[in-house]
Design a protein around this ligand. Structure first.
Ligand code: BDP
Length: 593
């Protein structure tokens, strides 16, 4: 799915700003048909939860309403007009005046509607977006809604981060010609000094009367290749590769011509690079790559998951400062601006779906809840898997052309040692490979499904493990933790012989708390914990990467287990370094792998 852009044939209006807002109380029917009564004002983009002082809004389970007027630019007569929502978490309905124009389930991927027939160039219309935050056993991520004794609906979920909701990314109005580029898929390869760019263009012109022309421009804007036809491949002599830490982007300019005139043009930044898993190595452009960096979150004070370009720039600056060359989009697809930034700055991304919390074993075990089978007709079932398949389709459709994305992660910490896991995952792995045969596929394995218990790891290319020896196990005893961690990693290495990445390891740390002993929560303990992990990683040959949990402290669901959120950040929630940040910087800026 193409991100809207302004080109010679397309125009773009950003609809961010202050909108009217109301929580659905169930007492007004067809709310979109009139201006919201007594609305609040709300910022878009932002999660709505932390903006207001009313806990009834923060804890609301169900629909909320966003509304504003939009004027269609007067020059758009004769063009197709679209409303595009970058994300509505977790379900969205879009209304133009009285008409429902789009519905979408899945909180972290975009959707759009062609509203041409309902609007007029130069005139205003009412745009209403209803957003629902409910998670059930058939949504991705899953959750359950319970009703308290006094009748309040409560949302429960099996993931750690707070269930922020609303319009956390931009909303757009854009114009495009009727005959236009609808989709582009690019794959790249390298032959000596020559780059090979394979492309497939889908146009809206069913009759295929229009011609397609493709040109590649280098970073200076000089044309280096051209071709015609909706699919094919072109060669770039003396290619400059996209490399980790040394990004280089070409522009793939796609033009649709009708009777020799350009009727649409779209320009896609592309990077030429290869990715391959060979033995226990992860090769980017044929060179073994060692991942350093973090599992991140889209999370900041007040905005919740609201995309913010200031945090975007600052977070990447901090990653650069600390020597991180990569991150995982734990635990959902991030804003497209983040992916484009990674492309431009040579940061490597493991791109994850929102399939987090497919795990009822953990809830039953640790938190004392009722033990339920994760995979069963009443819990994660065929419908859950259908939603999961859709989440994979939409992630790949959106992110397939980003050179920074080197691997798909289709789930975080599912209950992969439970009966039914293999039946659930096998078709999803197959689907991912069909949709994108060029990138390795992984899932992120939970501590309770080690190499002896896990039932699905062999389906994947890279073993991504989350391990908390010294935190959730062997708490405060780093000597035992070191022995147990090494024993397990050797077990994985011997059993599968595939590359291993530690995608999560971390210790909650209260900034300012100190001790001369191995005392959990102190800044010294976080550093000692990381050192212990690193000693072990450096002893394992199949080890190809380390991503600390987490880049920054982040907000979690209500409950007694966290004090104001998860404190495993190497940076605080407002991005100040804890002592461990300096430790990591010393390691990662000197790492020879
Ligand atoms: C892992 C999860 C992650 C949590 C982390 C933790 O993947 O989302 O935040 O543990 O407990 O299980 O800190």
């Amino acid at each position: 799915m193409l991100k809207p852009q302004s080109t010679a044939t397309r125009e773009l209006v950003n609809l961010d700003g202050l909108w009217n807002f109301a929580v659905d109380s169930g007492d007004v029917e067809e709310r979109w048909k009139a201006p919201l009564a007594n609305p609040l004002e709300i910022a878009v983009p932002a999660s709505y939860n932390d903006l207001f002082t009313d806990s009834a809004i923060r804890d609301h389970v169900g629909w909320v309403w966003y509304q504003r007027t939009v004027r269609v630019p007067r020059g758009w007569a004769g063009e197709r007009v679209f409303v595009r929502v970058d994300a509505a978490t977790h379900e969205g309905k879009v209304f133009v005046n009285d008409t429902l124009v789009a519905e979408h389930v899945g909180g972290y991927t975009p959707f759009e509607a062609d509203v041409t027939d309902l609007v007029e160039a130069g005139a205003e219309f009412w745009l209403t977006i209803a957003v629902n935050n409910e998670l059930t056993n058939t949504t991705i991520p899953p959750g359950t809604i319970t009703v308290t004794e006094d009748g309040r609906r409560q949302q429960k979920y099996m993931h750690d981060f707070y269930n922020y909701a609303g319009l956390a990314r931009s909303v757009w109005l854009y114009s495009a010609p009727a005959v236009r580029v609808d989709d582009i898929t690019v794959t790249t390869d390298v032959d000596g000094e020559t780059g090979i760019v394979g492309y497939e263009i889908v146009t809206t012109d069913g009759s295929a009367a229009a011609e397609v022309r493709v040109r590649i421009l280098d970073a200076a804007g000089t044309q280096v290749a051209e071709a015609s036809g909706a699919s094919g491949s072109v060669r770039i002599d003396d290619v400059t590769l996209w490399q980790p830490g040394a990004a280089y982007l070409y522009d793939l300019v796609v033009e649709v011509l009708s009777d020799g005139t350009v009727v649409d043009s779209y320009s896609l930044p592309i990077g030429v690079r290869t990715v391959e898993v060979r033995g226990a190595e992860f090769l980017i452009n044929g060179i073994p790559f060692y991942f350093t960096g973090f599992g991140k979150h889209e999370d900041s004070p007040v905005r919740g998951k609201g995309h913010d370009n200031a945090y975007l720039v600052h977070d990447f600056q901090l990653m650069d400062w600390i020597g991180a060359n990569s991150f995982r989009t734990s635990h959902y697809p991030y804003a497209e601006e983040v992916m484009e930034f990674a492309d431009r700055h040579g940061i490597v991304v493991i791109d994850e779906t929102a399939a987090v919390g497919l795990n009822l074993a953990m809830g039953g075990g640790i938190f004392g809840g009722i033990k339920q089978a994760t995979f069963s007709p009443e819990t994660m079932n065929d419908q859950t898997r259908d939603s999961h398949a859709q989440a994979i389709r939409e992630l790949i459709a959106r992110d397939k052309n980003h050179p920074s994305v080197v691997m798909w992660s289709i789930a975080n910490e599912p209950s992969s040692g439970e009966p039914g896991a293999r039946e659930y995952f096998e078709p999803l792995v197959q689907l991912t490979r069909e949709l994108d045969p060029t990138r390795p596929v992984t899932f992120v394995n939970v501590m309770f499904a080690n190499h002896e218990q896990d039932l699905i790891a062999d389906l994947f290319d890279v073993m991504c493990l989350n391990r908390y020896y010294g935190w959730y196990a062997d708490t405060g005893d780093l000597q035992s933790a070191e022995i147990h961690l090494e024993a397990e990693l050797r077990g994985w290495e011997e059993k599968y012989g595939k590359p291993i990445i530690m995608t999560e390891y971390g210790a909650d740390t209260m900034p300012g708390l100190h001790s001369i002993f191995d005392t959990p929560w102190t800044e010294e303990y976080q550093s000692a914990y990381l050192d212990m992990n690193h000693r072990v990683f450096d002893r394992i040959d199949a080890f190809i990467g380390e991503q600390v949990w987490n880049f920054a402290d982040f907000q979690t669901s209500n409950g007694v287990f966290r004090v104001d959120g998860n404190k495993k950040g190497v940076f605080t929630r407002d991005r100040r370094p804890k002592a461990a940040a300096h430790k990591l910087r010393a390691r990662w800026t000197n790492l020879e792998k």
